[in-house]
Ligand binder design. Sequence first.
Ligand code: RIB
Length: 311
Amino acid sequence: MGKAIVVGSINMDIVAFVNNHPKIGQTIFGKEVKYFSGGKGSNQAISCKRLGCDTVMIGRVGNDSFGEKMLKVQREEGIDVTNVKMLNNTTTGTAFITVSESSDNSIIVIPGANSSWEENFEDNINIENNDLVLAQFEVPDWVIEKIFVKAKKCGATTMLNPAPVRDCKKEIINATDILVVNEIELQEMAGIDVNKDQDESVFIGAQKLLELGIGTVVVTLGERGVRLLSDGKRKRLNARSVTPVDTTGAGDCFIGGIAAGLLKGSSLQSAAELGNIAASISVTREGASSSIPTLNEVNQIFGENGEIYEK
Ligand code: RIB
């Protein structure tokens, strides 16, 4: 089995739990503040590891208390952090998050060290042909382009989660095998309106992305589940019915699950089901990476589904 190599952000999440998100110009009282380890890259790496595959994190933190804490969290998960560098003269990425009573969130990210990469950072990163390389949009485009181009040269598979969405360079698209988007990212990248409540509309959007040359498009739709489009075949996975308390990082949890499943040799559908089940557990808990279940928990909570996954 190959390993997951995650090139991405590492953030300290400072989360205010509130009744309702503040309106512009409004001051409100929140209920509680909590600190969680976060960052889309780090969350996805933790999800890959907890859901069963060897994981390498490639990222940057500042030489500060948040950076030390984030590195400690990753080490304790058993993630290879040899290529996580602690940089002077910058701060660890920080996310300011509000989570409302209805479990939804709004996020402001200050990238800090996530933007500071040295040229040729990828030179000493070992990629093998059975590895899966994951990236998100919380690090610079050129960083993603370089690691994806190297991954393709090494025969590895690449998975892109373009979040938070921005224009995607052609060079990155050309080196992407699997694209994982939510409905907002789908809409932006496909350049058309998408109605997440109508499968046909979602698949039309996904088809537009396939036409860019990407082999597999995976669309996460929250409580509506997941849609897969690959080799011209459509698949629909329903979401589990749960009572959510905090949806932060659910997409990251899903991505770690699908990556871990694929690395273990599962079909795209089974791998996506692993991500789907794991994400449905994560939304019932607070925090981003803190909410991600282990493979054992997935198997225990959803026994009849869990048994299709090896321990
Ligand atoms: O996807 C959730 C993540 O987005 C949070 O952990 C936050 O750090 C931002 O990167």
